[in-house]
Design a protein around this ligand. Structure first.
Ligand SMILES: C[S@@+](CC[C@H](N)C(=O)[O-])C[C@H]1O[C@@H](n2cnc3c(N)ncnc32)[C@H](O)[C@@H]1O
Length: 230
């Protein structure tokens, strides 16, 4: 069977998995667990989805790659029922940040077992970052990635119980990405551009409605400055 090739976004998520048993929540096509097991980076995996159609698609692909003895599929909402597996890593990719928060918020075993999480939110990134900080999760490492002209944050996260605070810019770009901005200058600039555009719209909207936009202007200025530094 030919080797499966991941898109840059999914490849970045796969590269942040470090253990031998991965649970991929919201798997859809199951490309990520197929890649991990096929390449030997993981020995086995659970691929779950909330909807039967994507899960059927996942099963089809898993069968096609002859991996049905190594990748189990589960129809479930988020992490419900996933606690019975002995996984080392949990991937939640390609979902909105608020959906990811909802999934983590009702799965206390993730904290208790200090499982490694690989998160790739599509929207509401600052909200997810704030939630992770408030809940005692640490972003261990991450790298911005560009895929089909869009930039994504892909982060490896683990609970350690420490309390942290991030400012608005850190919530958008990630403190780790800021500290390592020279490692991925092109992607970091794209990430800055994404939030510069968000903040410009915010400032314009507030200004048009005659409201004070002092803190938004400050945030925008910091984003522009960080962009200039790489
Ligand atoms: C856009 S796809 C992402 C697929 C893959 N993870 C990726 O990153 O390419 C999102 C998938 O998540 C599933 N999903 C959404 N909410 C979910 C939840 N609460 N629990 C499990 N799966 C969910 C959807 O059915 C869909 O198949």
């Amino acid at each position: 069977m030919t080797e499966i090739k991941l898109t840059p976004r999914l490849f970045a998520a796969a590269n942040l998995c470090e253990g031998d048993f991965v649970a991929d929540i919201g798997t859809d096509h199951a490309f990520l667990p197929i890649y991990l097991v096929q390449s030997g980076k993981a020995l086995r995996a659970v691929a779950s989805d909330i909807r039967p159609e994507p899960l059927a698609r996942a099963r089809e692909h898993i069968d096609k790659y002859n991996l049905s003895d190594k990748i189990e599929t589960v129809l479930t909402n988020g992490l419900c029922g996933i606690e019975k597996y002995d996984m080392t890593d949990i991937v939640i990719a390609g979902m909105g940040g608020l959906n990811i928060i909802g999934i983590l918020d009702v799965a206390s075993f993730v904290k208790e077992r200090r499982l490694r999480l690989v998160l790739q939110p599509m929207q509401n990134i600052p909200e997810l970052a704030e939630y992770l900080c408030a809940q005692g999760y640490a972003i261990i490492k991450e790298a911005p990635v560009i895929d089909a002209g869009k930039v994504y944050r892909v982060m490896q996260v683990r609970y350690d119980g420490a309390s942290r605070r991030e400012d608005d810019v850190e919530k958008m770009l990630g403190a780790y990405n800021i500290a390592h901005k020279s490692a991925h200058p092109f992607e970091f600039r794209a990430l800055c551009d994404k939030f510069i555009s968000v903040m410009k719209k915010k400032v314009d909207g507030l200004t048009l409605s005659g409201k004070d936009a002092v803190s938004e202007r400050e945030t925008l200025a910091r984003l522009l400055q960080l962009r200039k530094e790489v």
